[in-house]
Design a protein around this ligand. Structure first.
Ligand SMILES: Cc1cc2nc3c(=O)[nH]c(=O)nc-3n(C[C@H](O)[C@H](O)[C@H](O)COP(=O)(O)OP(=O)(O)OC[C@H]3O[C@@H](n4cnc5c(N)ncnc54)[C@H](O)[C@@H]3O)c2cc1C
Length: 447
């Protein structure tokens, strides 16, 4: 008889993984620690509890990458998406849900499934050796005992810390009539960074805006987790003195603006964030400014006036793996292949992305119980692009949690040349066609 799949954590990812694996015929044991032990953010004992907002973001599958991910998940038989659709609330183009109805629907579907057993218990260490297939989906608030055991196994210095996230900008939205490529003192390849120059007046106006900007307050439990001096929020640094940033992340030394042949007064640098070169990270710009304020204030930076942000900055406790280093292409830990990871703990960001990685982990584990090699979805799909980013495409040295966005997708062929909004439409159409083919092949293999 094939072995059971043990899933640790019944959040967004673990619930979806359980559903996918059980629907594919595998036997599943789902271990969820609530209500025996709680987390700092969860408030109920329901599976797939939404800890904060009730939004799954845009539902526009033609023009928005998260909307496309919704559609791909629906086509793959997602329980999370079916439950969200059944408990949808009016929210314009976004998919917002009644959180209690949503969580209750997921819980009931899993409880009623004949292949699934739910155990309410905390897993406090590495799974026992006789669990032949495990999916760890314990989320950003993974309980400390398990986090510590995984940290020891992975050899990472730290797994759980204040997640200081800097914004990421789409390359195509940066104005290269203003910005230029150069590494400080021409180190490395000499042109590794994008530089946005500021004169003195621009710098002073920018600092004033940072100081006045509306910030997110710390939750009580967040105040007990220290953040590193090395990654202070940019507005905290600015509050230490008007010149602090000019001697920190915005220092202009070793750089020369080719237009003026002079050193600017201050510089904002962006570092490449993915192998495709479509996404660029604002160096040292981790922030707790509210999202609307970030967009307004960071567009004051010369060259970023029309910046489109693939991700905005933020700060909260987050436990996640350095997946590009530790996981293989089908989410198995290289050092212990019977153990897979799924959800936010793999370094994706958001409810939908977490569930999406759960969906893949469940399918991969089920394929293995049938004695098949799991086949990842094509990189042209939203599922495949996200999976590829966390397991291979992202730079392991700067790896930070990531939302799905079109910057993760391989570019369209150069001909015919497609521009603007039509590019997103074309990428979405390509994604859905490739997904259908992948689902068809997977279905045929299972039959
Ligand atoms: C405070 C906070 C606010 C967030 N707000 C949003 C938001 O508004 N929108 C958004 O899209 N994303 C948000 N996120 C990010 C993320 O999308 C969610 O955390 C999402 O729930 C992640 O899904 P997951 O399945 O990976 O983890 P979770 O949904 O957290 O599920 C993990 C589950 O594992 C259980 N567990 C943990 N350790 C163990 C153990 N040792 N044994 C057994 N069970 C265990 C937990 O009880 C939990 O049920 C937020 C994250 C945090 C921390």
């Amino acid at each position: 008889m094939p072995h059971s799949i043990h899933i640790v954590g019944g959040g967004l990812a673990g619930s979806e993984a359980a559903w996918q694996a059980a629907s594919a015929g595998a036997r599943v044991i789902l271990h969820e620690m609530r209500p025996v032990r709680g987390t700092e953010a969860h408030q109920t004992e329901g599976l797939a509890e939404l800890v904060c907002s009730n939004s799954f973001r845009s539902d526009d599958a033609e023009n928005n990458a998260v909307g496309l991910l919704h559609e791909e998940m629906r086509r793959a038989g997602s329980l999370v998406m079916a439950s969200a659709d059944a408990h949808r609330l009016p929210a314009g183009g976004a998919l917002a849900v009644d959180r209690h109805g949503f969580s209750a629907a997921v819980t009931k579907a899993l409880e009623d499934h004949p292949n699934i057993e739910i155990r309410r218990e905390e897993i406090t260490g590495l799974p026992p050796a006789d669990w032949a297939s495990v999916i760890v989906a314990t989320g950003p608030l993974t309980s400390p005992a398990l986090a510590e055991a995984v940290r020891e196994l992975s050899g990472e210095e730290s797994l759980s810390f204040f997640d200081a996230i800097a914004p990421i900008v789409h390359h195509e939205s940066i104005d290269f009539d203003v910005c230029w490529m150069q590494s400080r003192y021409d180190k490395g390849d000499g042109a590794d960074y994008i530089n946005c120059p500021m004169n003195e007046a621009q710098y002073r106006a920018f600092i004033a805006a940072l100081m006045a900007g509306d910030k997110t307050e710390f939750k009580e439990w967040e105040t007990s987790t220290p953040y590193f001096e090395g990654c202070l929020p940019i507005e905290v640094m600015a509050s230490r003195g008007e010149e602090t940033l000019r001697f920190g992340p915005m220092k202009p030394v070793g750089l020369q603006d080719p237009r003026s042949s002079a050193r600017p007064y201050a510089v904002v640098q962006l570092r490449q964030d993915n192998a495709l070169g479509t996404l660029w990270n604002m160096v040292g710009f981790q922030t707790k400014l509210k999202h609307g304020e970030q967009t307004r204030i960071f567009r004051m930076i010369p060259g970023l006036e029309n910046a489109q942000f693939a991700r905005l900055g933020g700060l909260h406790r987050n436990t996640f793996l350095n997946s590009p280093r530790l996981l293989d292409g089908v989410l198995r830990m290289k050092a212990r292949p019977q153990m897979r990871f799924a959800g936010q703990v793999t370094g994706v960001e958001g409810y939908v992305e977490s569930a999406a990685i759960g969906l893949l982990a469940g399918r991969f584990a089920a394929a293995e119980t049938r004695g098949e090699a799991p086949a990842p979805p094509p990189g042209t799909t939203a599922l495949g692009a996200l999976l590829h980013h966390i397991t291979a495409g992202a730079d392991e040295k700067t790896f930070q949690p990531m939302n799905v966005n079109f910057g993760l997708f391989p570019d369209l062929p150069p001909q015919p040349r497609i521009r603007g909004k039509d590019r997103k439409k074309a990428m979405s159409a390509r994604a859905l066609a490739d997904l259908d083919q992948w689902l068809g092949t997977a279905r045929a293999a299972a039959e």
